[in-house]
Design a protein around this ligand. Structure first.
Ligand code: DGJ
Length: 731
């Protein structure tokens, strides 16, 4: 039993393999958060101390007890306006204009397994999953908060969400509905968040949390390049391999907010959920609202330890079972090879040269539909441009399959160009405020995915293309931020629902397409990695990590992404040199090593490779197949510290049985007479002997992990090396 309730002490204890999460119903029926950390059987109630603090008032029924204040006690899910002045988890407006929400414990239930969410992606049930539902009630306004906890013991993850239910007789307007609220009674923490921009996503920034509120989030209608819905709180001294680390990852692809507040006495509150700016949801009597899920995890083994929990839960319970063990095809994508300038003959030439190199799938990117020869036209018109191709999609896909390749196609379903038949027929289907001109992004507008007729149209349009040819893969793009988030289909009073309904429409479309084509692989994309989140990963086993394909920049982007997401989800391709985004020249060997730590592929014209490069590509593809079991299913470790001064970046994979490891190292700064690139390996068995493949060198796991490995000095521009260690049994 991973969930226990003690009737005497009113204590809820949620246990994973290495953690304990504890809360308690106190004598005033307030649900207090007691502890989240290392696993133990202790009752942690003693951690709560009571003190009379000036300007921290007392609930009416506690008026003689000035030491009891909602403002100083650790709350499991904070209300608002009733004396807890810290960040609220929920905000709601009653018909009389009151904004107060005051929750008290009602009841609980413990269930084996879990129910899926009704209309949002969720963490799939494992054999061990148990669920705790605690109902809190504000009986004055008639609002229940059902706090839902799914425990995944093996992965050390607790998944939280909240269902708000209107149990009263009046309509409520929900203005904020966080997925999780987590109070840390004591301790000082650093926050690591993942900021960025187009072509430079998920850059980790580590900051000591100051007093007051610190927040990160997105109001762009997408999880965004600028701020990933994932934060880590860690001990000031935590490193990649040591120290307390807590993660909170929101499984959502729309607007989100992660808030942290350090209060007057140094306690910290973390609140995460849908961004409340612009959000409001009408809740009529009897109606309910479900929040996205938040994946919480704790590790005492530093940032690498925490990342492994997220890698495990995503690989095992978020990615669809259909793709969990499936080897992903090595693909070649037409975008950087041809952009909009292609016909079927050119694509077939790519395919022919790619087959000779060992590539397994060809993806035809943007430009095959409507009248699209640049980015000004045709989004929304998902009909094949046979005049441009010179043949039908069926003919093209048949010829590609005849070469032994799979075939994939690009779509950008949620968008429309003003210059399109779709917009001419249905201007009301684009999001836009009445009496205003829309904001454009890449010359395009955003379709109103909150409308069922729009979702139905897109479903039919996508199915028509998929039925017309053999297509095994879709790249699902999203190339601008949302603005003018106004739906012509909803009344004025419900416009605050549009951004969330937009996401529900997108998820519904993905769900329906996948239900109809269960073998279709969808790769997520949003101008690279603008929607790289656990919500999209529920549908898409891989996501194009960034439009920046420069191998040196990718070191940072893929490293940043790895804090929350496994490399088996990161689309990574070898592209041409000089690189199209940075103009940098890097060796093809280095580009291969970097792209191999992802779902591997190519993004170049293979006909332009010289004979030596072609041989290298063939060897890269062979190596990818050789090491795929380690890369996709092994444990991943970053071997260099965040923010450390360094001339190289290094990372490694270890097989689950610890018999094999693959170490990758790229020199980002070669120095004359410089130091040897030195790394300490992780995750090996200290008692085993490991041979460095292709050499006579044998080391114990203890030597490689404690004494480390000094690589020979490398020369040239951005040189790289890959070291494969294989166990030769016990030392
Ligand atoms: C943005 C994607 O990230 C690129 O790979 C490419 O598909 C373009 N869109 C096409 O418009």
């Amino acid at each position: 039993m991973s969930i226990q309730y003690d009737n005497q002490t009113h204590l809820f204890s949620l246990q994973t393999a290495h953690s304990l999460y504890q809360m308690k119903v106190d004598s005033a029926d307030v649900l207090l958060h007691l502890y989240y950390g290392q696993k133990t059987d202790e009752d942690m109630s003693y951690r709560v101390r009571y003190a009379d603090r000036g300007f921290s008032g007392n609930p009416y029924e506690q008026r003689r007890n000035r030491g009891y204040s909602l403002d100083t006690l650790p709350q499991e899910y904070s209300g608002s306006g009733v004396g807890d002045y810290r960040l609220p988890a929920v905000q709601a407006v009653s018909e009389n204009g009151s904004r107060s929400v005051d929750f008290r414990f009602m009841d609980y239930r413990i269930d084996k397994g879990r129910q899926p969410l009704r209309s949002l992606p969720y963490v799939r049930e494992s054999e061990e999953t148990e669920t705790l539902t605690v109902t809190l009630r504000d009986s004055v306004i008639g609002l229940d908060a059902q706090l839902i906890y799914h425990v995944y013991p093996a992965q050390d993850v607790i998944v939280r969400s909240v269902r708000l239910v209107n149990t009263g007789r009046q309509e409520l307007s929900v203005e904020k509905a966080a997925s999780a609220c987590l109070d840390f009674l004591y301790g000082n923490y650093d926050v690591i968040h993942f900021h960025g921009r187009h072509c430079m996503e998920r850059m980790p920034e580590r900051l000591p949390l100051p007093r007051g509120t610190t927040s990160f989030g997105s109001r762009r209608g997408m999880s965004s390049h600028q701020s990933n819905p994932f934060v880590i709180l860690c001990d000031h001294l935590a490193t990649e391999s040591t120290g307390d680390c807590y993660g909170c990852m929101l499984m959502y692809s729309g607007n989100h907010l992660e808030e942290m507040e350090v209060n007057q006495t140094g306690s910290t509150r973390l609140v995460s959920g849908i961004h409340p700016d612009g959000f409001s949801w009408k809740l009529a009597p009897g109606e309910s609202f479900e929040t996205p899920e938040a994946l919480l995890s704790y590790s005492a083994d530093g940032l690498n330890g925490l990342s492994r929990h997220y890698h495990d839960i995503i690989r095992q319970q978020v990615i669809a079972p259909r793709w969990q063990q499936e080897k992903r095809p090595v693909l070649i994508n037409s975008w950087e090879a041809a952009y909009f300038d292609f016909d079927a003959e050119k694509i077939l030439r790519f395919a022919r040269s790619a087959t000779e190199l060992g590539v397994e799938m060809l993806v035809l990117d943007d430009g095959w539909f409507g009248k699209r020869n640049d980015d000004t036209t045709s989004l929304g018109d998902w009909t094949v441009n046979e005049a441009k191709l010179g043949c039908s999609m069926r003919e093209l896909s048949d010829q590609i399959h005849a070469m032994g390749l799979k075939f994939g196609l690009w779509f950008e379903p949620e968008m429309v160009n003003e210059d399109s038949d779709l917009f001419r027929a249905h201007p009301e289907w684009a999001l836009c405020d009445p009496d205003r001109k829309p904001m454009l992004g890449r010359n395009q507008m955003v379709l109103d995915m909150s409308r069922q007729d729009v979702v139905d149209y897109l479903f039919d349009a996508i199915c028509a293309v998929l039925d017309s040819a053999r297509i095994e893969y879709i790249k699902w793009d999203f190339n601008r931020s949302v603005a003018n988030c106004y739906s012509k289909a909803l009344p004025a009073s419900r416009q605050g629902e549009v951004a969330h309904r937009f996401m529900l429409g997108t998820y519904q479309l993905l769900e329906r397409v996948l239900k109809r084509y269960p073998d279709l692989m969808i790769e997520g994309c949003s101008g690279g990695g603008g929607r790289f989140d656990a919500g999209m990963l529920f549908y898409c086993p891989q996501i194009w990590c960034s439009d920046d394909t420069d191998a040196v920049e990718r070191l940072e982007i893929q490293r940043g992404t790895s804090y929350g997401y496994p490399v088996s989800t990161m689309g990574a391709h070898v592209s041409a040199s000089p690189n199209h985004q940075t103009g940098r020249t890097t060796p093809i060997h280095t580009r291969g090593i970097v792209a191999q730590s992802g779902t591997f592929g190519y993004e170049l014209n293979p006909a332009l490779l010289n004979a030596e490069e072609k041989e290298q590509v063939k060897e890269q593809i062979r190596a990818y197949h050789r090491y795929e079991h380690l890369i996709a299913h092994g444990s991943y470790y970053r071997l260099t510290e965040l923010n450390a001064e360094k001339d190289h970046e290094a990372w490694m994979f270890v097989s689950p049985d610890r018999k094999e490891a693959l170490v990758n190292l790229v020199c980002t700064h070669v120095r004359a007479n410089g130091p040897f690139p030195y790394v300490r390996l992780c995750g090996l068995d200290p008692r085993k002997k490991y041979r460095l493949a292709g050499s006579e060198e044998i080391y114990t796991g203890a030597a490689l992990m404690y004494g480390g490995y000094a690589a020979p000095q490398l020369a040239g521009d951005y040189p790289a090396m890959q070291l494969h260690f294989i166990s030769e049994g016990d030392a």
